[in-house]
Design a protein around this ligand. Structure first.
Ligand code: ATP
Ligand code: MG
Length: 452
């Protein structure tokens, strides 16, 4: 069994290397997997590189389960025992004229050339079972002393591809390593060019950056980077809770106090954006924040699910949370369990930010809310029509006419059950249904009183 600093290298990685080498080519494990293994973390995937051209790789793996979608960029994916391995032909990038894409890629014969196109020294190492580590740029030393450094001249490398700026900060945030002086200077000089990078690429890196253990300190050290992507974050905002500081600083402090969850952290970053005008109501500012966040997020093309959660968190930021049973049941009804749990996490981070020095008390309060919520879920409390012991069909069976009345009566019954003034039992609800129906006939479709 081969190992990199005690981390086992999968048999299939060795098998891919052997297969290519027995056909006369050279092959290595490369990039993120080597970095992670050397840090003592089991890599989530293993990438390889080879001196074989794309066509030669195809010939070597003919008959295997392969995926050819990346072939024009030199990548063939081989699936062994249901695990995909990306194998990329040694390549260098041609000229960059738009800060984002090389105009073409050139296949080369020397591993060192391939490593030289990579972004950071810690990502530019290759490993081989016999030849050991290929590390022309001092990646091992940088890993061991904890430094993020570009391969080559930082300014030049960031100028070629501005995404590397965000990647440098991503690794700094995740690993807790500072940038070396030249890399830092490059980041500061070229931060503004990030606005030219495609949203999808930004999204992947930003998501990882935001969940890094040092995300908040990286964001506060390099405000120009995030502001290049989201100029609105850099604006002066009159927000009642930023404590007189800037919106950017406040948002970053919220991120610092939040769980390492992309949805929560993005929502915190954007939730106060709409508070630009002290003369408009909080409700309007919240609405504006939600709309602005939606626009800014749309540029990154995130999953629909993430957009929905972020939107819901921002829109519901004024909702009072407490461990009060009936209030929580109504909030379950309004938001659903998943979003309510996210909202508790989101509010906890805001409270920790705004109530400086009261961390213990805040945690006590949010733990009590979570516990109360867990209790309601364990008790299977009724908080939606789906849980109600009576259905529209039952109402029609006892003579309530088909039509909007049915929905209105069901909503009123649900309200009674959620308030604890009726029990969720079919018989009792059948009797109550007639009373509710008569009330409706007498009072019409007045909006239904909601005591919470
Ligand atoms: P992760 O563990 O998050 O996948 P990674 O470093 O493997 O991190 P990938 O996006 O999978 O990131 O990229 C694989 C390798 O390709 C990197 O380790 C690096 O060597 C190289 N690379 C990725 N993006 C760039 C880039 N924009 N410029 C130069 N090299 C890059
Ligand atoms: Mg990777």
């Amino acid at each position: 069994m081969y190992e990199i600093r005690g981390i086992p290298v999968p048999e299939d990685v060795i098998a891919v290397i052997r297969r290519l080498e027995s056909s006369g080519y050279e092959a290595w494990a490369v990039g993120g997997c080597v970095r992670d293994a050397m840090l003592g973390h089991a890599p989530k995937d293993w990438d390889l590189c080879t001196s074989a051209s794309p066509a030669q790789m195809q010939a070597v793996f003919a008959g295997e389960h392969v995926v050819e979608t990346g072939l024009q960029h030199g990548t063939l994916t081989v699936v062994l025992h249901h695990v995909p391995y990306e194998i990329t032909a040694y390549r260098i990038d041609g000229e960059y004229t738009d800060h984002r894409h090389p105009d073409r890629v050139l296949f080369v014969k020397d591993i060192r050339q391939d490593l030289s196109r990579r972004d950071l020294t810690i990502n530019a190492m290759a490993w081989h079972p016999e030849r050991g580590l290929e590390d022309p740029f001092g990646g091992e030393k940088d890993l061991d002393r904890g430094i993020i450094r570009c391969v080559g001249h930082a300014r030049h490398r960031f100028d070629e591809d501005a995404l590397r700026i965000l990647r440098a900060l991503r690794f700094s945030a995740v690993l807790g390593f500072p940038l070396d002086a030249e890399t830092e200077e490059g980041v500061r000089t070229l931060a503004g060019t990030l606005d030219q990078v495609a949203g999808e690429r930004i999204y992947t890196e930003l998501g990882k950056l935001l969940c890094g253990r040092n995300a908040a300190s990286v964001l506060s050290l390099y405000p120009d980077v995030l502001s290049a992507v989201f100029p609105d974050l850099a604006r002066e905002v009159h927000c009642p809770w930023t404590g007189g500081g800037s919106l950017y600083d406040y948002s970053v402090r919220c991120v610092k106090h939040a769980l390492a969850d992309r949805k929560i952290r993005l929502a915190l970053l954007f939730h106060a954006l709409g508070f630009t005008d002290a003369s408009v109501s909080e409700a309007v500012s919240v609405q504006r924040s939600a709309e602005m966040a939606e626009r800014m997020l749309a540029r990154l093309h995130p999953e629909r699910e993430l957009q929905t959660v972020v939107h819901s968190l921002i829109l519901n930021q004024l909702l009072m949370l407490s461990a009060d049973r009936i209030q929580l049941i109504h909030q379950l009804h309004q938001l659903g369990e998943k979003n309510l749990r996210h909202l508790i996490d989101f509010q906890e981070a805001r409270w920790l930010t705004e109530r400086d020095g009261e961390a213990e008390q805040v945690r006590k309060e949010t733990d009590a809310i979570r516990k109360a919520l867990d209790g309601l879920i364990a008790d299977h409390v009724c908080f939606s029509l789906r849980d109600l012991a009576i259905k529209g069909r039952d109402l029609m069976n006892i003579g309530i006419p088909r039509g909007p009345e049915i929905g209105i009566v069901l909503d009123r019954l649900l309200e009674e059950v959620m308030n604890g003034t009726a029990s969720n039992e079919k018989e009792a609800l059948m009797n109550l249904a007639w009373t509710k129906y008569r009330e409706y006939e007498l009072c019409g479709t007045e909006p239904f009183e909601n005591s919470h």
